[in-house]
Design a protein around this ligand. Structure first.
Ligand SMILES: Cc1cc2nc3c(=O)[nH]c(=O)nc-3n(C[C@H](O)[C@H](O)[C@H](O)COP(=O)(O)OP(=O)(O)OC[C@H]3O[C@@H](n4cnc5c(N)ncnc54)[C@H](O)[C@@H]3O)c2cc1C
Length: 338
């Protein structure tokens, strides 16, 4: 059997690349530094007393702009991985609250990581967690990947790197210089997230709000998401801070910024007499939303053995872009190998 193709990262772009290659009969190995799949589409699990609950603290929903991705979403909907997220969505600007109608959002259920988990389950033992690739080099016509302590992960026929742009730039520096330069040109806005759980549903008129001009940019009721209801458990809410506020507070500890975000939640229109939460946790997404992508979305491959880059930072700040770039990188690598 051929040596496998290495994919760095088990976020959606890496898993879309791996799934595409796997379906074509190519052996793959996906290496992920975290304990599970999903990346920025992950789901945090917590035990709150007797209740096992989850929080979708990263990406919130999906939309399709590209007809090809629309078809992919249709298939996910048929398989019941995603469903329309119905409920009272509002836009808030200052004290003004406007109901949003006619904009259909889809969300995976029971958690945001459903899609990545499904793909990872299909790839089974070909996904290796808790392994951070720290170095790539070439030896005997193969890509050799190793971790920080020098352990070799394997020898590969080709590689696709989906770590965020700045991290990909470091990995590929001196190894695939033109890809490293493309990756280094990307920029991101951070996003601070707070996960709050209340004993009872707070008095909130809506289930999700997009907010302009304030500390928060988005608030959503996690229990109201499709396939997500945990009716006996506490009422769970996700708060996302705006890019400006996140940049100003990124150095603070979660114990400092999460209560400030909760206070801002309590002051939004349509929210009355917010009780103290039974659980409040903060999370820093340093590379959250792509502000500047690489210069074009053509899948780039460099060198022999071939290496490609993929990720939302190649195409745009959303789930759809991550998926499309992963599939494009997989096709480009396959072409380079034939
Ligand atoms: C707070 C927030 C809200 C968002 N909301 C939305 C939304 O509502 N709708 C939407 O469409 N998009 C949203 N996004 C963006 C969306 O989450 C991303 O576009 C998408 O998930 C990116 O997928 P990816 O595979 O490109 O990257 P990632 O999900 O970041 O995956 C990269 C993976 O690589 C791993 N990795 C990195 N370095 C290494 C290494 N050296 N070795 C091994 N593994 C490594 C990481 O752990 C990670 O799992 C949001 C993002 C955030 C943070």
């Amino acid at each position: 059997m051929n040596d496998p193709i290495l994919i760095i990262g088990a976020g959606l772009s890496g898993l879309a690349a791996a799934q595409t290659l796997h379906t074509l009969g190519e052996p793959v190995v996906v290496v992920e530094k975290s304990r599970g799949p999903g990346g920025r589409m992950s789901t945090r699990r917590e035990q709150l007393g007797e209740h096992a609950v989850s929080f979708d603290h990263g990406a919130q929903f999906l939309r399709a702009h590209d007809p090809g991705f629309r078809q992919v979403m249709d298939a996910w909907e048929r398989d019941r991985w995603i469903a329309p997220w119905r409920g009272q969505f509002v836009r808030i600007e200052g004290d003004t609250l406007v109901a949003e109608e006619g904009r259909l959002r889809y969300a995976p259920g029971p958690g945001m990581n459903r899609i990545c988990q499904e793909y990872a389950d299909r790839l089974k033992e070909h996904v290796q967690y808790q392994t951070r690739i720290a170095e790539l080099r070439e030896e005997g016509g193969r890509v050799i990947a190793s971790t920080e302590d020098g352990t070799t992960v394997g020898a590969f026929r080709a590689a696709i790197c989906t770590a965020p742009g700045p991290q990909t730039a470091q990995l590929l520096e001196g190894f695939r210089p033109s890809l490293a330069t493309a990756a280094a040109s990307t920029t991101y806005a951070p996003c601070l997230a707070a996960m709050a759980a209340f004993a009872e549903r707070p008095n909130v008129e809506w289930c999700a709000a997009s907010i302009k001009n304030g500390p928060l940019s988005f608030v959503a009721e996690d229990n109201a998401r499709p396939g997500h209801q945990q009716p006996l458990g506490p009422s769970r809410w996700i708060l996302h801070a705006s890019s400006t506020w996140s940049t100003e507070h990124i150095q603070e500890d979660p114990e400092v910024f999460a209560p400030l975000m909760l206070e801002a939640f309590g002051q939004l229109p349509g929210v009355k007499d917010l009780d103290q939460p039974v659980h409040l946790r903060g999370h820093r997404w340093r590379f959250a939303l792509v502000e500047k992508t690489t210069t074009d979305s053509t899948a780039k491959v460099e060198g022999t053995p071939p290496v490609a880059i993929a990720g939302d930072w190649c195409e745009g700040p959303r789930v759809e872009a991550a998926w499309c770039s992963g599939v494009r990188a997989a096709s480009a690598i396959r072409k380079a190998l034939t």
